[in-house]
Design a binder for this molecule. Structure first.
Ligand code: SAH
Length: 404
C-alpha cells in the first residue's frame, strides 16, 4: 500500500533508532516517529514518504508503553537537546545498549555477546557539565536563547534545562535578562558582530564555572557590566572568555579566544587526578560516569607496570593519565594543540613522569611510532574512529578488533 502525506497510520513502536526515534512498521513501510516509546500503539500522521521509509508525527497514543514516564520538561518534544525525557532511565539504558549491539553486529559483524550490561549513571539530572546555548533574534526581532529544535537551527527559547547543573540555568537566565532589551548586541548575518552563543562549562568537584561568549567580532559592542555583574554574583565563575567566530558554518567556536576574566581554564578532578581543561579541549560531559568508564577501561587493560600504552584521540590526556601509574610508558596523541598543552601540563601537575604527548593526526602518529619501532601493548581509543583502519588494511577487521 502506498502512503501519502497527512494520512493517518496506526503503528506499534517496536524499537528506537540510534537517534531515539520510534520505529513502527505498516506492511512494507517502516515509519520513524519521534517522541514515542517501545511498546506504544499510536495513531500517527504521515509527514513524508520515501521508497520504503516514512516519517510521521504522533497524533494520538492509543496504548502507552510501560516505558513512558511523565515528562517534566515543557519543551522536551520539540527541543533537540535530548530525546529520552519521556521514558524511564531503565528504558533509556535498554535503548542505548541496543544501539551498541546494533553497531557491533550490523557494522562490526561481531558477536552480540561481546556487549556487556550498562553501568548506569549515578546522576541522571543536572549532570551535563557543558552547555552550548545559541542566542539569536526571532522573526519579530525579539531576543531568543536556549536550544536548537530537533534537526534544525531554529532556536527554541528555553532558559532552564533539567540536564544542566542549576548554576548554568541561573546564569543563562541572568544573561537573557541582560540581553533581552539589547537586541543590537545579538549576532545577525547582517551585522556579523554580535553574540551568537553562550558556552558554559562546569567542574563538578571544584564548582568552577567557565563562561565563554562566542561573538562575531572581538569588538561586538559588548558591555563589560554584564561580565562584572556575573562575576560579582557567581563567585564560582573562574574564567570568562570571548571567542570570535564570524564564519558561516555549524562549528560553534572560532579560532581566536581572548580571556577577559580569570585564567581561561577550569580545573576538575577525575580518577584522583586534577585536570585543567581549556575551552577548546574535549572533556567528558558526565564526569561521574567518565570515572566509571575510565575505571572499566583500566580494569580491562589489566596493566602490570611493564606496558607501553598509547592513548589515541587523548584530548586533555584524561584516560591515559588515569592509567599511567600502572604502565611503563604512556604516549597520547591528539590533534588539537590546546588540548595537548592541557595534557602535558596535566601530566606534570599530577607528577606523572612516564607520559609524552604528540600533537597530530592519530593514524599518522600511530604509523610514525610504528616506524620508530614502538610497539604498544595496549591501545586506548575513545572514540574508536575510522582512522583506526588506515594503516592496518592488511589485517581482517575481526582479528584487528580482538587484538585491541
Ligand atoms: N579520549 C578523550 C577525548 C575524546 S574526544 C577523552 O575520553 O576524554 C575525541 C578527541 O579526538 C578530541 O579531543 C578531538 O580533538 C580528537 N581528534 C579528532 N580527530 C582526530 C585525529 N584525526 N587525530 C587525533 N585526534 C583527533
Amino acid at each position: 500500500m502506498m502512503y501519502q502525506k497527512n494520512q493517518i497510520v496506526e503503528l506499534n513502536i517496536t524499537s528506537l533508532t540510534s537517534d531515539g526515534d520510534g520505529v513502527g512498521r505498516a506492511g512494507e513501510m517502516v515509519f520513524f516517529v519521534p517522541n514515542t516509546a517501545v511498546g506504544d500503539t499510536i495513531r500517527a500522521k504521515v509527514l513524508k514518504v520515501k521508497k520504503n521509509v516514512g516519517f510521521a508525527r504522533v497524533e494520538e497514543i492509543i496504548t502507552p508503553s510501560p516505558d513512558r514516564i511523565e515528562t517534566d520538561c515543557p519543551v522536551s518534544f520539540s527541543c533537540g537537546g535530548c530525546v529520552y525525557r519521556h521514558i524511564s532511565y531503565e528504558a533509556e539504558c535498554r535503548a542505548k545498549r541496543q544501539k551498541v549491539i546494533d553497531a557491533v553486529t550490523r557494522i562490526g559483524k561481531l558477536d552480540a555477546q561481546l556487549v556487556r550490561n550498562i553501568i548506569p549513571s549515578k546522576n541522571i539530572d543536572g549532570y551535563r557539565n557543558k552547555a552550548m546555548i545559541p542566542v539569536g533574534l526571532d522573526r519579530d526581532g525579539e531576543v531568543v536563547m536556549g536550544y536548537y529544535a530537533r534537526h534544525s537551527h531554529h532556536i527554541m527559547h528555553c532558559l532552564r534545562c533539567q540536564l544542566s547543573p542549576p548554576i548554568f540555568n541561573d546564569i543563562i537566565e541572568d544573561v537573557y535578562a541582560f540581553l533581552r532589551h539589547r537586541s543590537s548586541l545579538i549576532y545577525t548575518p547582517q551585522n556579523r558582530r554580535g553574540i551568537r552563543h553562550l558556552y558554559l562549562r562546569y567542574a563538578e568537584t571544584t564548582g568552577d564555572v567557565m563562561l565563554c561568549i562566542v561573538a562575531g567580532s572581538r569588538h561586538f559592542d559588548g558591555d563589560a557590566s554584564l561580565f562584572y555583574s556575573l562575576t560579582e554574583k557567581y563567585k564560582q565563575i573562574k574564567s570568562i572568555i570571548l571567542n570570535v567566530n564570524a564564519e558561516d558554518t555549524n562549528v560553534i567556536l572560532g579560532k581566536h579566544s581572548y580571556t577577559v576574566f580569570g585564567d581561561g581554564i577550569i580545573t576538575d578532578t577525575l580518577c584522583g587526578l586534577r585536570f585543567e581543561i581549556a575551552p577548546e579541549a574535549f572533556y567528558q560531559i558526565n564526569r561521574t560516569q567518565a570515572e566509571s568508564l575510565y575505571a572499566k577501561a583500566k580494569e580491562y587493560a589489566d596493566l602490570s607496570g611493564k606496558e607501553t600504552l598509547i592513548d589515541l584521540y587523548c584530548g586533555a590526556g584524561t584516560i591515559g593519565l588515569s592509567m599511567a601509574d600502572q604502565c611503563k610508558e604512556l604516549i597520547g596523541v591528539e590533534i588539537i594543540p590546546e588540548a595537548i598543552e592541557n595534557a602535558k601540563r596535566n601530566a606534570s601537575q599530577n607528577g606523572v613522569r612516564n607520559a609524552r604527548f604528540i600533537c597530530g593526526d592519530a593514524s599518522q602518529a600511530a604509523e610514525e611510532l610504528r616506524k620508530k619501532g614502538i610497539r604498544p601493548d595496549v591501545v586506548v581509543v575513545d572514540p574508536p574512529r575510522k582512522g583506526l583502519t588506515h594503516h592496518r588494511a592488511d589485517v581482517p577487521r575481526q582479528s584487528r578488533l580482538r587484538q585491541l
